[in-house]
Every structure is written in C-alpha cells, then in structure tokens.
Write a new protein. Structure first.
Length: 103
C-alpha cells in the first residue's frame, strides 16, 4: 500500500472510531493510563496488551502515543483480533490517545 493510501486508510480508521471514542468517553472511567510517547511501533501495542492483561473485563486503559503507526494500525489490529472495544482520539499533531476496554 502506498503512503497516501495508508494515510487515507488511517484517517478513515480515526473517523470510524470517533463515535466509539465519544461513547467510551461518556461511559468509561479510565482505570489505567499508559504513556508510550517516544516508543516506536510495535512497543505501544505490547504495553497496551501488558496493561490489559492486568485488568478485569469492563475496565478501560488509555494509551498515549506519538507513533501514528501504533495508534492507527497496530493497536487497532490487536484490539480487533481480541474483540476489545477501542477508540482512537487524535489529541494534536502527532499525538493520539487510544482507549481500550477489555471484554
């Protein structure tokens, strides 16, 4: 996939999850925040999985990352495979918060 296509797909991923993000923001309490700024992909995904294994079903973590690849591809892919609810929220240029609720 060319970079432009990846960018468009990534933008679609953010847009597709924005409604879910609003839902998660209203209903979920963040149980744990994991700051992965400065970590390259795939380490933010690893940290997210590690944090979620320590939580009970229904609890939510927030992963803060400056890795677009992790926020828009890697973490969503892991969440989809494990059937976890997630929302990708762009907080600013080059900074994302990914909220994940364990089922």
């Amino acid at each position: 996939m060319h970079q432009q296509q990846k960018d468009k797909a990534a933008a679609g991923q953010v847009t597709a999850t924005a409604a879910a993000g609003a839902q998660l923001e209203k209903e979920e309490v963040i149980t744990k925040s994991v700051d992965t700024r400065g970590m390259a992909c795939p380490y933010p995904s690893f940290e997210a999985v590690k944090a979620l294994t320590q939580l009970k079903a229904g609890q939510t973590i927030e992963v803060i990352t400056d890795s677009g690849e992790s926020a828009l591809e890697s973490i969503p892919s892991v969440c989809q495979r494990r059937k976890w609810d997630f929302a990708v929220l762009e907080e600013g240029k080059g900074l994302w918060k990914v909220r994940i609720t364990k089922k």
